[in-house]
Design a binder for this molecule. Sequence first.
Ligand code: GL2
Length: 800
Amino acid sequence: MKLTTAQFKKDFLSEIETLYSTSLDDTTTIGQFIALGQLVRRYNSQSWTRTAKLYREHHQKQVYYFSIEFLPGRLLASNLLNLNLLSIVRKGLKELGLDFETISRSEPDPALGNGGLGRLAACYMDAMASLKIAGNGNGIRYRYGLFKQVFMDGYQVELPDDWLHHGNVWETRRDNKSCIVRFGGNVWLQPQPDGSLQAQYENTDDVLAVPYDVGIVGYHNDITNTLRLWSAELPPSVTQTYYSQAQRDRISEISKVLYPDDSNSAGQQLRLRQEYFFSSAGVQSIVRDFCATHHGMRSLGKKIAIHINDTHPTLVIPEMMRLLMDEHHCSWDVAWTLTTQVMSYTNHTILQEALETWPIGMFQGLLPRIYQIIVEIDRRYRAQQTPIFGKALVDLTAPLGNGQVRMAHLAVIGSHSVNGVAPLHTELLKTDVLRGLYQVYPERFNNKTNGIATRRWVQLANQPLSQLIDQTIGSSWRRQPDLLQTLLPYQQDDHFLHQLAQVKLTNKQALAAYVQRTMGIKLRTDAIYDVQIKRLHAYKRQLLHVFEILREYFVIKDHPDQPVVPRVHIFGAKAAPSYHYAKAIIKLINVVADMVNQDPVIGDRLKVVFIPNYGVSIAELIIPAADVSEQISTASKEASGTSNMKLMANGALSLATYDGANIDIMQAAGAENEYPFGLRVHEVYDYYQRGNYRAAAFYNGNPELKRILDSLINGTIPGIPTVGREIYDSLIRYNDEFFVLADYQAYVKQQQQISQDFQDQPTWQQRALANIAASGHFAADLAVARYADDIWQVPHDRLN
Ligand code: GL2
């Protein structure tokens, strides 16, 4: 939109006046943020209304992206960037004596997700709007997001994340779009005079689902899509007399807090309630909107696509069946054809413990009608497939089995497309996790490698780099990230490489200032910034990284006068509150950090910082400053990873196993520009099959490794008698489930190579540039365009 600085200042002061009846100098930073947010919304309100109208008038096919998590990050700067107002607002505020960055930092960062899965959903929302896809998000408006992490005595402590304390300027409550979601009670099918059956309910627990809509602004295209987050409330007609406090609590509990674990299926009734709650509310509102503009249901499959992001929203399948049959009087066959036309499913993990199943007893009690429908899906699946594939395979793959509702199976059977998130992951789905279903439906399986929003992760997070790129190849890459590859010839341009090094230095200074201010640790900016930022999980092997730190520590202690290349090891990670082992590793990292950071012999040559409360905003600070991106999961365990893509786009070199999208990064940027190492998937699977892995052999065969492990239990690392023993035992006594010891030697070798290579800065910068130039491959816009073409079959803007 067109706006002058003078007009902006006038509007902003008037917004302050309207909101607070006072002058600017009498407002707080958060107050200024809220006023600015309101103003931005007002500037964009016509676009939001126009977009809905545009889609309606063009009868555009709508995509509904269902996800139990969305991690959008702060929206002020990103909305301004996409509206092309960032520089005007920055300038206007400066003229009013205010600093945009300070105001922006006061915005709460909505932590409505655990990690990669939720962040991916947010990147895809941004990409859909930017590609002019009629994309709608559907999720839960958690009253409390993922816990705030603090460290006390090195241990993780979880505090509530009261992100709505000052309200949320970006949301609009839409009471007129509310709907009722039913739980429990009894249900039966009542024959009707016309011979049909009508579902009848009694004694149900009804919950009012109220949507809060957030506008998702497209990049410079006057499009604003909607992210709809549902909140659970008491149904309106009910008075206090009818609902006990316990019933009220049971209702408000549904949207109260995000489950803080993404590597285990919760198996709790509350989680199932959450899943059905937003699935049902979402599908009801879709069908209602559809009916308002269409006669009958026939064109449903052509006009809407529903995407199931991991298994949590799988109940959209039986819920759609329920609505089509019970409320719109479709036959089973018609309803099933429409449902499978509409649905598609992405799997995000092969971890057995993360695959969702629900005990039938619990499920049936909570969702009786949905259960009936699943029983019928199961019956028909068995009847249809047994003659072709035999009973054994069908038993293995049916939606119901072993007394459980198997959500992944239901998702595959009820969708027309199933995708993994990196080529290796998709291959493992076909050959291992969903092998049986792949036999039944080979044509449904496809790969869609993940992507990231370059706008947030480069344009916003790394403005110095973005400016350098603009100066070098012009600014079209901002719309077409694949143009980044035209940077490659600058590998031969010394001046450019020098500027690239300066950009990195600027970003390191910003991070170092934050660390100094918040943690009191002083960091050198000429050190290697070696970064591992992700959830804390045994398979991600933060432990391997700790072993490298201990190795570097012993080298300096043994040879204090030998020169070393200085390093800063940076961690950001939350552990699920109930994940005891992950919390032990957090304690270990913090204790090792203290030991190293306080040792005068070590000085500033080696530092370890574990930045608390890792989330989107802290990632935006760390990623641009990274030299080394640690992507060291056990091969096969990380479905894709996305921090690997964000770090490469900011010029970090990957120190990476052959896992997930690491493999694709190596291919895109050239393996010579990364540091690959470790077991391959087939070697890991060989160990499983043969059962011949012996961790102790690696321990006994490598004195350096033995010294490191012994330091966990012999008092060398102070203050961890229990934690140290536990970790030691997990490796030696319980045979190292994630092959940390098997990969140690190869990992260390690459770390030593990194220290050597980093000293040749021009060559290092050439390799950083190779990563930046190749990062366009992993732009969310491209990934979403592939979903649009292959799965949703919706039109989108061209990318070139
Ligand atoms: C994850 C995978 O673990 C991760 O490898 C992948 O990049 C993302 C997005 O596809 O999905 N699955 C999951 O449950 N979380 C992930 O990060 N939280």
